[in-house]
Design a binder for this molecule. Structure first.
Ligand SMILES: NC(=O)c1ccc[n+]([C@@H]2O[C@H](COP(=O)([O-])OP(=O)(O)OC[C@H]3O[C@@H](n4cnc5c(N)ncnc54)[C@H](OP(=O)(O)O)[C@@H]3O)[C@@H](O)[C@H]2O)c1
Length: 296
């Protein structure tokens, strides 16, 4: 990897929650940091916060919405216009919804934002990633322990089950990440998955009782307590895993790994490594994007 100060790091969803704290930590290393988010207003406020907290004037905002295929393509284009080289891409932005919601492309929203978007954005910025001598992609996962991917339920075809749909979309992302790591071209791009600890963020605080599956509802008071507003403290703690995966020198050349919130390497569910599962997810991604312009 190039010297820390020479690096350009992109963090999607770097304008709030764990992404914001990750941006602070990475900016502190001296790297140039590009954060993305949907809102220019929130983004400008985030830039100011990151610049002050990290004492860095090398933080920039690129606005884009990852919930539509056109939005992902536009963001990829804007990022490539903003920087010739990307050393690290952190696919951090994520979606959690209590109720079924479809994207403008007619895709189930968890699938659109948590699975398709990281894949397509990575493909879209490959020209910039391939200019880096040792590029890294860090895909941020979540939910619970790594679980099996049901390729017949990628878009909640078997019914919408709140938190379980979110968790399942992250399992699909874990599998796609392993597929991405195995891509032969361009050579030398390392792709790893990081699990963040639970943090009180807008996403977590937005969860309602109805999102919890049956027995979990019993723990609702505990959930409320766990996700009580804490001024970014838990988000900063959760961000340590991302910061490490994006910057640790010992990860040079390390790819297709999964690190938990304590940066310990763990195994994903076996289905994540299965070429058949990966192919089936990719087929759904391809079918969803086949009509769209860009790299797909
Ligand atoms: N919170 C937890 O307990 C937890 C635990 C494990 C893993 N995670 C994962 O960590 C990641 C960050 O989550 P968080 O809790 O920090 O969420 P958050 O506080 O809601 O922040 C989400 C960030 O993503 C941006 N964003 C949201 N939707 C977007 C979209 N459609 N297009 C582009 N940008 C979008 C937001 O900015 P704008 O609103 O301005 O667009 C914001 O910067 C997610 O992948 C999540 O699944 C979270």
């Amino acid at each position: 990897m190039v010297d820390t100060e020479e690096r350009t790091v992109v963090i999607t969803g770097g304008t709030g929650g764990i992404g914001l704290q990750s941006a602070v930590g990475i900016a502190k290393t001296g790297a140039r940091v590009l954060v993305t988010g949907r809102s220019r207003e929130r983004g400008e406020a985030a830039l100011q916060h990151i610049a002050e907290a990290a004492r860095s004037d090398r933080v920039e905002l690129v606005v884009g919405d990852l919930s539509s295929i056109a939005g992902v393509d536009a963001l990829a284009e804007a990022l490539c216009a903003a920087t010739e080289r990307i050393d690290v891409l952190v696919n951090n932005a994520g979606y959690f919804g209590d109720e079924r919601c479809d994207s403008v492309d007619g895709l189930e929203m968890h699938f659109a934002v948590n699975v398709l978007a990281p894949w397509r954005l990575t493909m879209g910025v490959l020209p910039a990633l391939s200019k880096a001598p040792a590029a890294r992609v860090v895909n941020v996962t979540g939910g619970d322990k790594p679980a099996a991917v049901d390729v017949d339920d990628l878009q909640a075809e078997k019914g919408f089950r709140g938190l379980m749909i979110y968790t399942h979309s992250k399992s699909a992302l874990e599998s796609l990440s392993m597929a991405l790591a195995a891509e032969p071209e361009p050579q030398g791009i390392c792709v790893n998955v990081g699990f963040l600890g639970r943090a009180s963020t807008a996403m977590a605080r937005g969860m309602s009782l109805q999102a919890l599956p049956g027995w979990m509802k019993l723990f609702w008071p505990l959930f409320r307590l766990m996700f009580a507003e804490d001024g970014g403290k838990s988000a900063a703690k959760a961000a340590r895993s991302t910061i490490w995966a994006a910057t640790a020198p010992e990860l040079a050349g390390v790819t297709a790994r999964y690190f938990d919130t304590n940066t310990r390497e763990q195994q994903l569910h076996p289905s994540a490594y299965g070429p058949d599962v990966q192919r089936r997810i990719l087929a759904v991604v391809d079918a969803a994007t086949s009509g769209a312009r860009g790299t797909g």
